[in-house]
Design a protein around this ligand. Structure first.
Ligand code: AMP
Length: 212
């Protein structure tokens, strides 16, 4: 089988920083991804196609071999696991921090705290590691609203500039992890399509290391 090498990209903020990196590696989508409703894009590299999906779906496509490579935030890998994947390169893009945060001046008053987050596994591990009983409440967005509405005491969320927290009367507390986007590779593809995959990894690696 000689199908194109498929790279799964995370749409949104990460995509904006991924496109210039890929372009420098000679992989440019043949149409403007931002202006299209398509999900699969041919590129200037005749052997490479791109698919553009949600970050949480990128490891799934790569793990099952539906995509050979992917670009995804480390937060997703920490939360959902990196089984069946190689993670050969830190692309150094979309840098941010995964943090606990609370209302300005918040102090713990009880033995248990309620924490709202979409990162439930990371949050459970974090509070267990610091010996705090946390009742973790799963949300899918707008975590900052939870303390305002007294749904939770604290949140765990991604912080970049801190503007979202400040705008909602909150402040960052503890840093759980530094986050950036990673190149991931399907383990079987790394063996069966070794030459083609390794070339993309090497090209991106050179570009990333030249920039640092
Ligand atoms: P900020 O207000 O700059 O601290 O940005 C925080 C919000 O932007 C968070 O709620 C995140 O959902 C989102 N965000 C910022 N940086 C990233 C990133 N690198 N990856 C994913 N989401 C991000």
């Amino acid at each position: 089988m000689n199908r194109k090498l498929t790279v799964a990209l995370t749409k949104g903020r990460i995509l904006k920083e991924t496109i210039p990196l890929l372009a420098r590696a000679g992989i440019e989508p043949l149409e403007d991804i931002g202006l299209s409703r398509k999900l699969v894009f041919d590129t200037s590299h005749e052997d490479v196609q791109l698919v553009v999906i949600r970050g949480t779906d990128v490891p799934t496509y790569v793990r099952h071999g539906a995509a050979d490579l992917g670009v995804v935030g480390k937060d997703i890998l920490l939360e959902h696991g990196a089984e069946g994947l190689y993670e050969p390169l830190d692309l150094g893009i979309a840098r941010c921090r995964l943090m606990t945060a609370g209302p300005v001046g918040w102090q713990s008053s009880g033995a248990r705290i309620r924490v709202a987050t979409k990162f439930v596994n990371i949050t459970r591990r974090h509070f267990a590691s610091v010996g705090v009983h946390a009742d973790v409440i799963k949300l899918y967005g707008a975590m900052e609203l939870a303390p305002i509405m007294n749904l939770a005491d604290l949140i765990v969320d991604i912080v970049d500039t801190g503007n979202t927290l400040r705008a909602n009367g909150m402040e960052p507390l503890d840093e759980i992890a530094c986050i950036s986007s990673r190149l991931i590779v399907n383990k079987a593809a790394m063996r069966s399509r070794c030459g083609a995959v390794q070339r993309v990894v090497d090209d991106l690696s050179e570009i990333v290391h030249a920039a640092t």
